[in-house]
Design a protein around this ligand. Structure first.
Ligand SMILES: C[S@@+](CC[C@H](N)C(=O)[O-])C[C@H]1O[C@@H](n2cnc3c(N)ncnc32)[C@H](O)[C@@H]1O
Length: 389
């Protein structure tokens, strides 16, 4: 614990904020700011932000992973975890219903891109914390590396957003119009949540979208029970949302809307449950769904997260990929892997950071290092699937 404290204080003294700094000159994300400066106070809160690992802690984590990865699940047994992946998740939702995951109430704080920047709607919204967060975010956007001030539009309803052509406007009038009507075809801002589960992100988003009449939310999951749970929720309304069963690994499956119409895609703790060999194709396919300027928003398990260290021997499928007792799987990413995967799909990195915290169980008086990777990737104007514009 002393080592953790020393690291934190050392960074504070030097005026550095460890781990929350993004790659290159990108802005720092508005993540939490509870810093542990006095080790005696560690049990005063459930979570501490910006934690640093000491070399010893990192070496111990590496050793633990080497140990729990030494024995792999037999290849013939692995086949069923892949072919029946949706069944394992379906059983998960039949068992836990919507009680397992907590509502992702942090979502709009971390990903304000989920909301349209609509001046008319904004005027109707009371001065709220979201407004504050969004204006802070817009200010930060001004320092972005890929798109300088010259490409930020001042058009009404597009304040602070890059000036990309919108397929709904005249230049792209053959877009959705040509393909006919589809759920959300009249919307001016469309979001897709992939792997929505029981709706722990869907409903906080829908709640906020009430203030944005032009916005529409799609959400999909390959577990039919998850989609049933979302559709049976009291706040589900087809006027603003469309939930559907869909396997993102199945390239041949059509989406209920055309390519190039989404403003934002949310990938929260989903890619980690997909076989690493299939992730790149999934990211490519999803990138096609975005409008130019659209954002892919990612958050998932990070390498050496406590959840990875806790796996027992015999649960490892391949490097950093494990199967839980219920047949669902989890991969643990590094920031570099995330960068490569999304950039290979032709997207531009706007944020890519490791969110490293110390989680405290005050009752048991134990601490755990939690690690998540969070990224924001934007589709450029001239997008090609290989990433070479
Ligand atoms: C860890 S849960 C996260 C659920 C939700 N995103 C959240 O944050 O609460 C992973 C979800 O991804 C879904 N999923 C996994 N692989 C999928 C695939 N190939 N296509 C669609 N959904 C998938 C699972 O059914 C599950 O609901």
């Amino acid at each position: 614990m002393n080592m953790i404290w020393r690291n934190c204080v050392c960074h504070l003294r030097q005026g550095k904020v460890p781990h929350r700094c993004q790659s290159g000159a990108h802005p720092v994300a508005p993540l939490g700011s509870r810093i542990l400066t006095d080790p005696a106070k560690v049990f005063e809160h459930n979570m501490w932000d910006h934690m640093q690992w000491s070399e010893e802690e990192e070496a111990a984590a590496r050793k633990k992973v080497e140990e729990n990865s030494a024995t792999r699940v037999a290849p013939e047994e692995q086949v069923k975890f892949e072919s029946d992946a949706n069944k394992y998740w379906d059983t998960f939702y039949q068992t836990h219903k919507n009680k397992f995951f907590k509502n992702r109430n942090w979502l709009l704080r971390e990903f304000p891109e989920i909301l349209p920047v609509d001046q008319n709607a904004k005027e109707k919204v009371e001065e709220s914390s979201w407004d504050q967060i969004r204006s802070n975010f817009s200010r930060m956007q001004g320092t972005e590396a890929h798109c300088g001030e010259s490409c930020v539009s001042s058009a009404p309803g597009n304040k602070g957003r890059p000036n990309f052509p919108n397929p709904d406007l005249e230049e792209h009038s053959e877009g959705p119009g040509k393909t006919g009507r589809f759920p959300g075809s009249n919307a001016t801002f469309r979001i897709l949540e992939v792997g929505c589960g029981a709706g722990n992100s869907v409903f906080p988003i829908l709640n906020t979208l009430q203030n944005f009449p032009g916005a529409f939310l799609y959400c999909c999951d390959f577990a039919p029970e998850a989609v049933r749970l979302v559709k049976s929720h009291a706040s589900y309304t087809e006027a603003r949302c469309s939930a559907f069963v869909h396997d993102v690994c199945d390239d041949g499956l059509a989406y209920p809307f055309p390519d190039g119409v989404l403003d934002a895609i949310l990938l929260v703790f989903v890619l980690s449950s997909i076989h690493p060999g299939r992730m790149q194709a999934v990211v490519h396919r999803l990138s096609r769904l975005l409008k130019p300027g659209g954002m892919l928003l990612f958050r998932d398990h990070g390498r050496y997260d406590n959840a990875q260290l806790r796996f027992k021997k015999g649960r490892c499928l391949s490097e950093n990929f494990y199967v839980r007792g219920d047949g669902t799987r989890a991969y643990f990413f590094t920031k570099g892997e995330v960068h490569r995967m999304f950039c290979e799909a032709g997207l531009h990195e706007k944020q890519n950071l490791v969110d490293h915290r110390l989680q405290v169980n005050r009752k048991k008086q134990v601490v755990m290092h939690r690690v998540w990777v969070q990224g924001k990737f934007q589709k450029p104007l001239h997008w090609t699937q290989r990433g070479n514009e």
